[in-house]
Design a protein around this ligand. Structure first.
Ligand code: NI
Length: 136
């Protein structure tokens, strides 16, 4: 009997999508407004879904206080109100697309969770555009 517990949070961050080995024209044509040289911000919304077999005695899959704290330390403290390209080690060499941000966040959270739990992150870059990653 598998059950899923989720927590939602959000963070504001600036980024610029750019591939150094491409020409300025190519970067602009592929990334459009997200290639703006002076950066721009998004209000990212993150949903972390943890799945597994719950412990019958406590009735808990994971204590949400603990999940909240892990997300705070690994995501909010690292990325909220930051320029992802310039202020974070994680995106020094990784283009901060929604896809890559979801993968980086998944890897940071994965290290903090018990191995018997599965996890999926859903990252909204805008209200209508979102990316899901579950480690596969
Ligand atoms: Ni953007």
């Amino acid at each position: 009997m598998e059950i899923t517990v989720s927590r939602k949070t959000n963070f504001n961050a600036a980024h610029r999508l750019h591939v150094n080995s491409w020409s300025d024209e190519k970067n602009k044509s592929i990334f459009g407004l997200c290639n703006n040289p002076n950066f721009h911000g998004h209000n990212y919304q993150l949903i972390v879904a943890v799945s597994g077999e719950m412990e019958t005695e406590s009735g808990f899959l994971i204590d949400l206080k603990i999940l909240k704290q892990i997300i705070f330390e690994e995501v909010e403290e690292k990325f909220d109100h930051k320029n992802l390209n310039m202020d974070t080690d994680e995106f020094k060499n990784i283009n901060p697309t929604a896809e890559n941000i979801a993968i980086v966040i998944w890897n940071l959270l994965r290290k903090r969770l018990n191995t018997n739990l599965k996890m999926k992150v859903t990252l909204y870059e805008t209200e209508r555009n979102f990316v899901e990653y579950n480690g596969n």
